[in-house]
Design a protein around this ligand. Structure first.
Ligand code: AMP
Length: 116
């Protein structure tokens, strides 16, 4: 349970363009970018497959770390002021492909609303 392509990226068994890493969080460029900036921000633990698995009692600090990383990366890649979008897909209708919680950080172009 919890073994995905992202687990292999965390263990550095599969290469990725890593842009941020600390003890709890890893972030790397999406392999199929949907915007000039498209970065995936993931927890290093594998037990959270979707948002449905988030337990506030257990994961509150981790969620804070994901958002802290997102804000730092947005600054580092130069979209903090122009704006960016954070997306978390959950389940089939949202088009979730990888069942390891991840936040998409998209930026560098004007985003549409509503999303497709
Ligand atoms: P989601 O549809 O929300 O589950 O998003 C999964 C994302 O992971 C997609 O945008 C994929 O392009 C991306 N992805 C899948 N495999 C890799 C990989 N090896 N390296 C980087 N991004 C990947």
């Amino acid at each position: 349970m919890g073994e995905t392509i992202f687990s292999k990226i965390i263990r550095k068994e599969v290469p990725a363009e890593i842009v941020f890493e600390n003890d709890k969080v890893l972030a790397f460029k999406d392999i199929r970018p949907q915007a000039p900036v498209h970065i995936l921000i993931i927890p290093k633990i594998t037990e959270i497959e979707t948002t449905r698995d988030i337990d506030p009692n257990k994961h509150e600090a981790l969620l804070g770390s994901l958002y802290e990383a997102a804000n730092q990366i947005a600054k580092d890649v130069g979209v903090s002021e122009t704006g960016f979008r954070l997306v978390v897909n959950c389940g089939p209708d949202a088009g979730q492909e990888v069942y390891h919680l991840h936040m998409h950080l998209l930026g560098g172009r004007k985003m549409n609303w509503p999303p497709g």
